[in-house]
Design a protein around this ligand. Structure first.
Ligand SMILES: O=C(O)CCC(=O)C(=O)O
Ligand SMILES: [Fe+2]
Length: 352
């Protein structure tokens, strides 16, 4: 079932959100934390091999995990509070960038979308209009005009410099910006997803939810010589991802793609994919990827993780199990309860 914004479907997260995929930055390791006992059994030896040699260092890791779990538990409420504060105090620099217009789009993108909306549209026809299949089922094409990319970055910089509270997209991006908190969903990201991206994804990714995308998480990522330089190898909590390079000037910082998350690393060969300003890369969310370090300048990208509840309700990509639903704010993590999945409220997790 597809939910449009008028039907106000309720979206959920999976209970694994407070236990799984906790990223330990200094060890580049994603861990699961159910209890201290389980964590010691599963990771003490692994962490020792990675250089965590003293009890104090191990205790520090436990403290970081406790902090991250607490952050995740209060995330929905804190995010809603920030959105309300931003609405109240933030004065945008460019009001118009919050409202999607066709004049912002590259002509090639509009042409592809028009083709996909037509009765004779086929995947082969669409592929012949696209510039490149940059890696397996990774497609690259112009999305926005340069001037729009510049204005969007200016808006983000203006927001960064404001006193408004800022929510970061995830533990891997320390300098990104969550776009729903700034009010981009209704006027920009929802129409972009529903009217422009879904016609493309329906043809390109019909086997992984591309026909029934019904929610998203959209954010900006930013890399700078004095901040984050790169992004570790990962997959997205999404069925299909759009990643648009907005600028500014930078050197290197290409993306690399491996295989789908189910394929062992030992059997994976990575392909480097160039990403040019104004262009988007469309890929399956669970196609493993990362961003190489920039060597100069500043790199900003718009990331839209698009979700299809019909797909994810069957299997949560983060824990690989049938999801156990926990109520969340807004689009939460894109699960819905239409398949009668059990609801778990007030999930508790043994931290000490
Ligand atoms: O920096 C990039 O281009 C990749 C960002 C990304 O993969 C993500 O945020 O999920
Ligand atoms: Fe990603």
């Amino acid at each position: 079932m597809q939910h449009d914004k008028d039907s106000k479907a309720t979206f959920y997260t999976c209970s694994c959100f407070s236990t799984d995929n906790i990223f330990l930055e200094e060890f580049k390791l994603h861990v699961r934390f159910l209890s201290e006992h389980q964590f010691r059994t599963d990771y003490q030896a692994v962490l020792r091999n990675l250089g965590c040699s003293t009890d104090t260092e191990f205790e520090d890791i436990l403290k970081k995990i406790a902090k991250e779990v607490e952050r995740r538990r209060s995330l929905g409420v804190k995010s809603a509070e920030r959105a309300a504060a931003i609405k109240e105090i933030y004065k945008p620099l460019h009001d118009h960038v919050y409202h999607l217009q066709e004049s912002y789009m590259a002509p090639e993108f509009k042409q592809m979308v028009d083709y996909c909306r037509s009765d004779e549209a086929s995947k082969e026809g669409l592929l012949s209009l696209m510039q490149t299949e940059a890696a397996a089922r990774v497609f690259r094409f112009p999305v926005f005009k340069k001037v729009f990319c510049e204005e969007l970055i200016e808006e983000m910089e203006h927001f960064e410099q404001s006193t408004s509270p800022k929510g970061r997209p995830n533990t891997m991006n320390n300098y990104g910006i969550l776009l729903n908190e700034l009010g981009f969903d209704e006027g920009f990201i929802i129409p972009l997803r529903e009217q422009y991206l879904q016609p493309l994804t329906s043809l390109l990714y019909h086997d992984c939810g591309g026909r029934c995308l019904d929610s998203h998480k959209a954010f900006m990522v930013k890399y700078d010589m004095h901040e984050d330089l790169d992004l570790s190898y990962h997959y997205d909590n999404a069925e299909v991802t759009l990643n648009v390079s907005l600028g500014k000037e930078f050197k290197e910082g290409n993306l690399y793609f491996g295989d789908m998350r189910q394929v062992p690393l030992s059997e994976t060969a990575c392909v480097e994919v160039e990403h040019r300003v104004t262009e988007g890369l469309l890929h399956r969310g669970q196609h493993m990827h990362g961003a190489l370090p920039i060597s100069s300048g500043q790199r900003w990208n718009l990331i839209v993780w698009m979700r299809a509840s019909q797909e994810r309700n069957k299997l949560c990509p983060m824990c690989n199990k049938r999801p156990t639903l926990v109520e969340g704010e807004g689009f939460a993590d894109g699960f819905t309860s239409d398949t009668g999945i059990s609801l778990l409220q007030n999930v508790s997790c043994d931290l000490h």
